[in-house]
Design a protein around this ligand. Sequence first.
Ligand SMILES: Nc1ncnc2c1ncn2[C@@H]1O[C@H](COP(=O)(O)OP(=O)(O)OP(=O)(O)O)[C@@H](O)[C@H]1O
Ligand SMILES: [Mg+2]
Length: 255
Amino acid sequence: MEVLSGGLNGKQVEAIEHFEKAILVIAGPGTGKTKVITHRIAHLIRHHDVSPEQILAVTFTNKAAQEMLDRVMDKDLVDRDSSLGVRIHTFHAFCVGLIREFANEIGLPRNFAIFDQEMQDAILVECIREQQTSQFNFLLPSLRDIVGSYKAKFGDLDSGITEFETYSGRKIKDGDEIEAILNLISAYQTKLDAHHALDFTDLIAKSVRLLERNSVIRERYQRELKFILVDEYQDVNEPQYQLLKLLCCQSENNL
Ligand SMILES: Nc1ncnc2c1ncn2[C@@H]1O[C@H](COP(=O)(O)OP(=O)(O)OP(=O)(O)O)[C@@H](O)[C@H]1O
Ligand SMILES: [Mg+2]
């Protein structure tokens, strides 16, 4: 490992040099997991002639993506042009790129809007005010969890649903509560549609649907992306896992 800058332990070097098939790195906070990813990127480029564009590094937050890019741009790892070629994105930014390029395939205008968490909260509050419902004793993060989980799990509104569990493990089974939630989601979705807007849940769900349905696009990505590195993999939810599976060639071996 002489070409990589020091400060790595044996286990890190093992993870960095791993080449065939998938590898999952589990280690405590601040123990150098992200460092493994950035050094692995450099190792793939420098020792395996992988071209930077064939590497996708995925993070959950813009801050983490920026930090990853800053670290990959460390001149001791790879040269500037190579580091700029690596695809370093948040899950959402990656999906925005994918959906913008193929917006017409899924019936969206190319200039669709994206509602971030702040906008999503504002719309939810507006809907609750308009509905004047007394059903909601939830705080906004719980509502986001409920709306996001529901949309990701069921897609379109389905009045036949009698119970469901959110991503955070909240069980919703009270009939009145379900009805109030369906009304809220319906109002929320109407507002999103009126703005040609997608929220973060839609970005992932629509990308998954696009890749599932369009084998040409899916195979293009699978050909292009030889290595997909995910920071904080333990936080990947079901739709994000589906997305990664669709992006991975031979995902049974490589994810
Ligand atoms: N083998 C090592 N020896 C000494 N310092 C190290 C080693 N590996 C990583 N570090 C340093 O420890 C700090 C944390 O590293 P890093 O951010 O990669 O860890 P992490 O596991 O991703 O942390 P988090 O859990 O916060 O995401 C960094 O400053 C990094 O340079
Ligand atoms: Mg980290």
